[in-house]
Design a protein around this ligand. Structure first.
Ligand code: ADP
Ligand code: ASP
Ligand code: MG
Length: 404
């Protein structure tokens, strides 16, 4: 192991030039302890969304290559601004884009996976006391075209760099003090968790705790790279996520929710073998991930088939279903975008019956209707109306005493 640490700063930590200066101070202080810092940054707060909205303004389903060229540009602004801020703190620094570093990914625009990183320049900088500042979120494919890693992807860039540089740990600086039992911006009773296993964090991230992108946790788990989530606004301990077993698995580690999903229903499809595959195959072939699926009982030899996808893909998925339905004489396509997925996560759930019962009873008592359910060994998710999601999160947090 080296004395290298990765420090990643999200958009929330880089809202304006004052914040760049504050971030430069954090890096300087760490450097003064003898650690070698490699910084990774996201676009300034709100910038990536602004770029996405611009794209939508000119093309309904944006061209993937140009879309990535556009939405990756926010990070390029951030690296230069941070390198300058570091220089005004008298630290030598150099900014890098993915192209300059030859940070390679596969060809999946908008959702690319990192395949290799050339660390030669970075190691040279480190040995000359130069602090490298690297664009998160972006990579390049075989052709040298810019790719992006999906929303929140800078976390994954940071962990991948930590692994490539054999860093001590990967520090993710954000606007909250660590990982909480639920989103602290949704429920003020949320409690900070000091330590989490990769397994628990994987579930929390995959179910909507956007404080870490799921792929960053997958990567960290695969290479056993510890992640520390900290606030760039205060100087507190934060949350450590690593491969150590927790002495006692919490029954419930947290409540997560998403509101970036949509529900599609195709009505009156013939209830015959193979129909599920017929519907799902063309959706998957377009690279659209399907999450929860329900096929209802058939009445008149036809059935309704419902599933959820990411909201940004809903329009595309609806188009595919409309064509399909015409093909086999099915009914209308219904699209609901006002849904939310609320999930309970806990490794301890494995050995406790009754978690689901308490969850459903709590939601019922709060008059929250459950539209779909999905379970695994260590989580239970329900789809509810978006406007009742916060109420669901709070009531479940209370029902399982997570503030304690
Ligand atoms: P950054 O810009 O630093 O990448 P993000 O907005 O991506 O920040 O992630 C931080 C946000 O994650 C927090 O402001 C918080 O609202 C949200 N969040 C959701 N669930 C959790 C959780 N369980 N613990 C901490 N933060 C959470
Ligand atoms: N700027 C990108 C986004 O907003 C990447 C990131 O923040 O991690 O999704
Ligand atoms: Mg983020």
């Amino acid at each position: 192991m080296s004395n290298i640490v990765i420090q990643k700063f999200g958009g929330t930590s880089l809202a304006d030039t004052k914040r760049f200066k504050a971030v430069a101070k954090i890096i300087k202080e760490t450097s003064e302890t003898g650690k070698k810092v490699v910084a990774v940054v996201s676009a300034m707060a709100g910038e990536t969304q602004r770029l996405i909205d611009l794209a939508k303004g000119v093309q309904e389903i944006p061209d993937p290559r140009e879309y990535d060229a556009l939405i990756s540009s926010g990070e390029q602004v951030s690296v230069a601004l941070l390198a300058m801020s570091l220089r005004s703190e008298n630290l030598k620094s150099k900014s890098y884009t993915a192209f300059q570093l030859d940070l390679r990914t596969d060809d999946y625009h908008g959702k690319a996976r990192i395949s290799s990183i050339d660390t030669k320049n970075l190691l040279m900088d480190i040995s000359s006391n130069i602090t490298p500042v690297i664009t998160g979120f972006q990579g390049i494919n075989e052709e040298g075209d810019v790719t992006t890693l999906g929303r929140g992807g800078s976390d994954t860039s940071a962990v991948a760099l930590a692994v490539a540089l054999n860093a001590e740990e990967c520090q993710i600086y954000t606007d909250v003090n660590g990982v909480y039992t639920t989103d602290p911006n949704v429920y003020e009773n949320a409690k900070k968790i000091d330590k989490l296993t990769f397994e628990e964090m994987l579930e929390l991230s995959s179910l909507g705790a956007k404080v870490l992108q799921i792929r960053s946790v997958e990567f960290a788990s695969k290479y056993n790279m510890p992640i520390r989530v900290k606030s760039s606004f205060t100087n507190e301990e934060g949350t450590l996520i690593n491969g150590d077993e927790n002495m006692e698995d919490a029954l419930i580690s947290g409540v997560a929710h998403t509101n970036d999903e949509a529900k599609l229903t195709i009505r009156k499809v013939p209830d015959i073998p193979g129909i599920a595959a017929k519907i799902i195959e063309p959706i998957s072939a377009q690279g659209i991930e399907v999450d929860i699926i329900i096929q209802n009982v058939s009445e008149d030899k036809t059935t309704d088939f419902t599933f959820t996808v990411k909201r940004e893909k809903a329009f595309e998925a609806k188009k595919i279903l409309t064509d399909l339905s015409e093909e086999f004489g099915g009914g209308e396509i219904e699209l609901n975008e006002d849904i939310s997925k609320v999930s309970l996560v806990g490794v301890g759930m494995k050995s406790h019956a009754g978690v689901a019962a308490t969850m459903f009873k709590t939601l019922a008592e709060n008059k929250i209707n459950i539209e779909m359910i999905s379970t695994s060994e260590i989580k239970i998710s329900v789809i509810v109306k978006e406007d009742s999601a916060h109420k669901a999160v709070k009531s479940l947090h209370d029902a399982f005493n997570l503030e304690k």
